[in-house]
Structures are given as structure tokens and as C-alpha cells.
Design a protein around this ligand. Sequence first.
Ligand code: AMP
Length: 501
Amino acid sequence: MVKSGVGAGPGGDLAGAPAPACGGWSRVKGWSEECGVFAAIGVPEAAQIVGLGLHALQHRGQESAGIVSCGEDGAFHSHKGLGLVSEVFTEARLAELPGTLAIGHNRYSTSGSVTLENTQPLRVVYRGGPLALAHNGNLVNAREVREKLEASGSIFQTTLDTEIFLHLMAVSDAETPADGLIQAALQVRGAYALLVLTADAVLALRDAHGIRPLCIGRLGDGYAVASETCALDLVGAEYLRDVEPGELVRFDPRGMQVRRALPAAVPPQHCIFEHIYFSRPDSRVFGEGVDRVRRRIGHRLADEHPAAADLVMAVPDSSNSIALGFSEASGLPFELGLIRNHYVGRTFIQPHQAGRDSSVRIKFNPVAEVVSGQRVVLVDDSIVRGTTSRKLVRLIRRAGAAEVHFRVGSPPVTHPCFYGIDTPSRKELIGVLKSVEEIRDFLGVDSLGYLSLEGLLACERDGRRFCHACFSGQYPVPVNAAAGKLEIENLHRGAARGTQG
Ligand code: AMP
């Protein structure tokens, strides 16, 4: 599935030393990828703070949530469950997690492998002391490493590749958890933003390419660490900086210490899809306000693909900022033409009565008074399979739109993500299967415009710092392109089924 390749791909040379690179397929329905992590250090009722932080990161994962806290006596307390943060954690539950140190995790998955055992943080006894670990990202050499570990006697308790970190730490000759974590990091490849809780500290580690985000905030006399700054905002923490690619930060109630765990990739390879779709627009991610980037995407999209139309509307919520940007640049009014139901739970059973567009209709409904008789620019952040977009267009036409001009804030998705974003195999990507004109026809729109890759990268302050493999196939670290998506998925499934997130 993965080349054990060392060194750099087109996107980023590693400064100096051997590359803790990436590679290998990750995504399949039922394979979790994106997740949210949060830590509170040196603050009273740390678990309550983490609960709030996870709540702010709910968009990064709705499958399960978990928190582990460390009490004054060094004993760990944990609670995990399937579902939303508000379902898993009542106030009473949080009150059962005492202490001034805590970490938490939200897991994302589309289906399958939704088990309590795969819920994070993972909790173990390490060299006589308690230890817990939470991971956002995707290890790509999970199979090889796991097989080696199992051959030498390791017994895994979950199907998460995240667990590999714990086993590698266990077999290391390191004297401290921090050293053990670094030794583990030197043996894995892929994307990870990691939090480790020990009896007296929290460790935060980011992979050498900085693919997934992780930021640090000052919180009273202590600290908070989060996938996105929107979670710092909610708990009242002041953003300090990001954990740098390849950096290990140790937090304890006395302060914060920094170590270089891995040589950082130069330039880093942040996931551009975080800016396009995944992160919240009120977050600062990779040093940039997400809303700002999306506005620029909208401006550029309007320049590249103007439309003779009456109004601009978004596919809410992820495309709102892009559509606003399109409106600013084009002068067309931004209208709320589609309303999204925010209360559609994951377990919602789709009634047959909703008809053939039920999956989309349950989530979105057009405002007939807004779209009727109008030439509409419909802005979405991305088209993956094209099925959602097609149904949305049908709904909008049925509501009376005179014309629909579809504008996409990213290029066609043509390659699956090896590093953690939930994209299907190439044979399901409409950007692979059809030309732009064929996609226009499939969607049933009057015109279709995708933002160019060049245009997208120009919307970033430094486009070289971003991984855009899903649009370009230029994987920043070597991957085994010869292996099909399915083959790689099966390898993953066979060995490290499930995954982190
Ligand atoms: P489709 O083209 O039907 O696969 O769906 C495209 C829609 O899915 C767009 O509105 C995107 O905002 C959204 N989308 C893009 N990437 C993802 C992802 N990784 N997970 C869930 N939804 C996504």
C-alpha cells in the first residue's frame, strides 16, 4: 500500500534528515479520518473545558467522543461513547472526570467500525503509569508496522492504527513518554496531530509535514491545545501559536517546553481542503483565518467564471464564505436561497415519503420566494461524486429557478486523499469519470465553473505550503500509485481496520 519511501515528493523536501514521510491509501466508507482533538492543561475542571472544546470541534467528527482526565492523585478518569458530544457528556458525566489535565477526541466516520472500543482517547498503562492518546490524522504505513509488532508479540485491542503509537512506545528503550513518542514518530508515516496525557503532563505532536492542524492557546494560568482556534475561542483561551510541523510540545502546570521530534518538511504541506471545506470559517488554521481564505476563493472564482445572473447563493454552511466572496467580487446580491436543517442526526432514518432526493431534501430546502424566476449562481466548495450537487440543482429548479449556474470553489477532485480527508476511490470521483462539460450535463446546470488549481493556490498567502494532491495527484510524500485504491483499502482493512481520526 505504501512505499516505505524516504525523502520528499514534489511538494516538500525534508530539511536534512530522513523523511518521516507519508504514503498509502486511507479512505473508504467506514474508515474514519478527520477528527477533532482538544486538551486542557493546568486549569480547574479540565474535563469540563475539554467538553466545551470538543463541542466547538463537533463538525470534525460526529461518530463518537471521549475524554480522559488526570486527577490530583495521578489517577486517570475517562468516559467515552458513541454519538455527539452533547449526547455522550452530560454535566454529571463531566463532573466525574476530576483534575487539572485532560484530553479529548471527536471521531469522524461515515459508517462501519463504529464501536466503543475504537473510540478515543485510547487509555493504557505504560511503564507502570497511566497514559492516554488522541489522534487526528491517518497513518499510512499502519499495516507494515502493525504486522511487525504483532509478529514480535504485540496484542492489539482496537482496530485503530492510532494504537500503533502506543505499541511502538512500549517497545522503545526510551526513558520518558516524550522520548518514547519521538521514537514511535520516527517509525510511522502519515498525518497526525497527537495529544498524549500522562500523570503529570500533556504532550502535543504534529507530523513533519503539518498536514493536520493543531494550535496552542493560553488559558488562565494554563494552556489549551486544539485542532482549530474556534475551540480556543469557546473556552476563552488566547491563541498563542500552532504546534509546528515535527514539533513536540510538553505542557504541565508549570509551563510549556518545546522539542524538535522530527525534521520539519520545507515547505510544510498543510491540507488545503481544511481551508476549502473542513475547518470552521471562524477558525484560524495554518496561520490564516479560514473565512478570509474562502472569501478570496470566492473573489477568484467570480473572476475566473463570471455569470450573467440575478443572485448568488451558497450550499450552506461550508460554502457560505466562498459565496459571499463571489458576491463581493461580482456585485451580485448574496441570498439565502437554500436552508439547511442543522438537526439531522447521523442516525436519522430517511423516510421513503421524502422521495428520490430524500437524502438531500432532509438536509436542504430551497426558499421558493428567493429563487423563483431568478438566474441563480449556486456556489459549492467542492464536487466529489456529484450526486449531492445534482439533487440540489433539481430541488432549486423545481422551486422555480430560471437558470442555475454552478460555481465550485476548488478544482475537480481527481485523486483520493492518502492523508485523511474523506474522499472516495478514483472510480467514484466524477472529476475522473467525466469532463467538465459532461459534469455540467450530469448536474443539469446552465453553466459550470471550477476554480483552477493555480487560482486556488493564489488564494493562499504561500501556495507552496499546501498539499493539493486531491486535485493534482501530486502527493507531497511518496505513495504507491501503482496499487489501486481498493487494494490499499483492503490492506488497511486487513491490518489496521478502523483507523484513527
Ligand atoms: P458530492 O459531490 O455529491 O459527493 O458532494 C459534494 C458535497 O459534499 C459538497 O457540498 C461538499 O461540501 C461536501 N463534501 C466535500 N468533501 C467532503 C467530505 N470529505 N466529507 C463530507 N462532505 C464533503
